[in-house]
Write a protein that binds this ligand. Structure first.
Ligand SMILES: *C/C=C(C)/C=C/C=C(C)/C=C/C1=C(C)CCCC1(C)C
Length: 246
């Protein structure tokens, strides 16, 4: 029965990678519809944040649709579509941090700092996969990417984002804390996929062998893109109708 389903989808029963691309497409689409419809159910000041959550999952849904097709036709990792998706959606996640701390005084310079770090993280990761993915030196690119990643973690946990959140009232503070956990733990899923899927491993050591890079990335995306949006949604719900500016 399940086998027939997969045949209809043109996914071979053993192709778990393509299957997770298919489920990913649906999950992102559903989340996107949810966020767009809920925009009218939250206080006006949260609407842009919920809109951005909807855009993140919309962009992902479209890319997942193409990634599934690419993977089915070539049997390979859709590295290019993957990074186009990330280079659009990760900066939008930075926009979320900026938007929710803006009332506490976040400056546009902070947004650019976050975006710059995420672009460095993703461009070096792309070079490591697309150019050096089958060579041992891929670990060097992963390391540079990791440094940019830890800079984002620093900003959110101890840097300006954390400082602003402390002055932004308990609801925003709580949301930033939860989003901080997503960045620290949820985003740490990605380097695992990178280590498993590139030749250089972890400083040249072979770990996480046998894991599929794409399945790891797909799990990471589902947790982080939908989870991030739900944290913002919960913040908007908890702050409904209060007159105090966030
Ligand atoms: C929606 C997509 C998200 C949240 C993607 C996040 C991606 C990362 C945090 C990727 C990080 C990487 C490293 C820290 C080192 C190895 C290379 C990357 C690009 C996989």
């Amino acid at each position: 029965m399940f086998k027939t389903f997969l045949q209809v989808l043109a996914i071979l029963p053993t192709n778990y990678v393509a299957f997770t691309f298919f489920v990913g497409t649906m999950a992102m689409m559903a989340a996107c519809v949810f966020f767009f419809f809920e925009m009218s159910n939250v206080d006006k000041k949260w609407r842009t944040s919920i809109l951005v959550s909807g855009l993140i999952t919309f962009i992902a849904a479209v890319h997942y649709y193409y990634m599934r097709g690419y993977n089915l036709e070539t049997g390979e990792s859709p590295i290019f579509f993957r990074y186009v998706d990330w280079i659009l959606t990760v900066p939008l996640m930075c926009v979320e941090f900026y938007l929710i701390t803006k009332k506490a005084g976040a400056k546009i310079a902070l947004l650019w700092q976050l975006i710059f770090a995420s672009v460095v993280m993703l461009v070096t990761g792309y070079i490591g996969e697309a150019v050096y993915g089958k060579e041992t030196q891929s670990w060097i690119w992963g390391l540079i990417s990791g440094i940019a990643y830890f800079y984002i973690v620093y900003l959110v946990w101890f840097g300006e984002v954390a400082n602003l959140a402390r002055n932004a009232g308990p609801a925003v503070q709580k949301a930033v804390k939860t989003l901080g956990w997503f960045v620290l733990v949820g985003w740490a899923i990605y380097p695992i996929g990178y280590i498993a899927g590139t030749e250089g491993g972890l400083f040249g050591m072979k770990v996480f062998q046998g894991l599929s890079m794409d399945i790891v990335y797909n799990i990471g995306d589902a947790i982080n893109k939908i989870g991030f949006g739900l944290v913002i949604y919960a913040l908007a719900q908890s702050d409904k109708g209060s007159t105090q500016s966030a």
